[in-house]
Design a protein around this ligand. Sequence first.
Ligand code: FUB
Ligand code: ZN
Length: 639
Amino acid sequence: MNKVEIRDRFFSRYKELIRTEMIPYQWKVLNDEINITIERERNDDSIPNEKSHVIENFRIAAGRKKGHHYGWVFQDSDLYKWLEAVAYTLREQMDEELKSLADHVVDLISEAQEDDGYLNTYFTIEEPDEKYNRLWQSHELYCAGHFFEAAAAYYEATGNQKVLDTACKLADHIDFVFGQEEGKNRGYDGHEEVEIGLMRLYRLTQNDRYLNLARYFLLIRGTDQAVMGSKHLPLTYYQAHLPVLLQENAEGHAVRLVYLCTAMADAAAETGDEKLLDACRRLWKSIVNRRMYITGGIGSTVSGEAFTLDYDLPNDTMYCETCASVGLVFFAYRMLLSEENGEYGDVMERALYNTVLGGVALDGKHFFYVNPLEVVPGKSRKDPGKSHVKCVRPQWLGCACCPPNLARLVASVEQYVFVQKKNRLLVNLFVECKGSFEIEDGILDIELKTGYPWTGSLEIKVNYSGTACVCLGIRVPSWSDTTGLEINGKSTDSDAEHGFVYINQVFKEDTIRLELDMEPKRWYANPLVENDLGKFAVSRGPLVYCAEEVDNGKNLHLMSVEKQEPLEYEFKEALLGGVGVLTASGWKTEADREDLRLYRQGNAAEKKVRTKIRWIPYYSWANRGENEMRVWIREENQR
Ligand code: FUB
Ligand code: ZN
């Protein structure tokens, strides 16, 4: 059994937060047992925001109570993601009370399942005659996919047989209903996810029918053999405009696209299907080379929560949903299973440390759905086109897909640290941990020690009981310009091959040291990104930084920094749970208070004053009340 245990200062804090705050808090919300303000994700009166009602929906579907379903048709998935986060937490640290609570949740879910295996509280309660009739909108298979993921995780963590049986009964039912064969429903879900869940169930059970069903759902999408409902949005929204093997660009709803890609990459890794892998590579490039924010956010518009055009990356009206970055992490990891390319780890890290972690407040009880790169609170309040851009994290959201999604990813971060393939072991994330892997004829114990993301020093201790030659690959992030590598005290060549340095040897007891370049960096966007022209962003290590009003005063757009100005780094233990801050000497244009004319000729009235500009890590913004924030700052070319 391969095993990884996290001991990391940075991630342990998050894991502890999930265990002690997020899971209990979310449980109360799902039970409507807590008095909180649930915000609509944008100005739209049709968004349900009175309560969650998830548990109550299950009780009604199970026949324990009478009443109506409340919330989105995909409300069930909030509970499934919560259960998955619980599973990872229990895997790490058994807690009998939490396990008993989760076992009861499993009982409830299985009672809500119909005799033929069908499971979805909305349709069971409200429209039993419409099952699978509105696949574009119904999310029935999407919810099933989330249940499969949760069930596999919970079974693996606790051995609960009922959860696995319930999941397999649902998967068998879906397999009975859907497929190419004569008489079967040739549909697929408007929101990809069931494919990911089926792959997970396949890996656990080794039942080929689940793999075949996942491939069926992937490959029928966008073909004219598929049965389509009539009232749907433009097909690009669902990535249904073309068969997936022919899609070139990341189109439509961002979460859907990355979930689709995750499942495609998963199936490609499992089956070696080169065509599927090629399609994944094209979509990956479309995202990361032309449609991704520097924070790892994706989705440029609220309209359809979607991608738009290449290089169209507005900073203040974007979407950058937390779930989309969670999905990007999943996609990147599945790609790494097929090919050793450090870019996958780089992007995973970008999305994880910046947008995903930015999705939760430091208290673990407030969440962003949309992750802007620039806010002015007054504008979000007044401009209906920015009603989705919140300036502080709400306690909960009418559509609560993000909070438990983030919880299940961060609760399982150890899964993304290493990638093992036969006698090859990749160190992908720099998280302090201990791992144990069966490799060839021995067990390889590996220990990572690091103060990442604040320091760039990584010590790797390897202890191998076998006699085989093992290839250890260590990712060298593309932002690290000068990387030092030492093996057993001897400094050695650190030239990376596709983003990894490799050590190929029969390991015994060996110590490797990697020293990443933690100099603060300035980044410039491609000039085709209109919104970032003449501006720069700063990062240090994997963290992208931003400037907040609380440190820099109002009107952040009036700040500028000269090109040659150095960026100073300092770790502040008492700030925002302990963060490294960056500062530089800059300018702030002073608006002349006497001259209130809107337009003038020349800029004689403008005066600049010297100011010290301070940046904090993007993930930690909006934890000190509502205030302005921006990632991209104007650059002055001369004094
Ligand atoms: O449709 C289910 C989830 O709700 C999506 O993944 C999110 O984007 C939100 O629309
Ligand atoms: Zn979401």
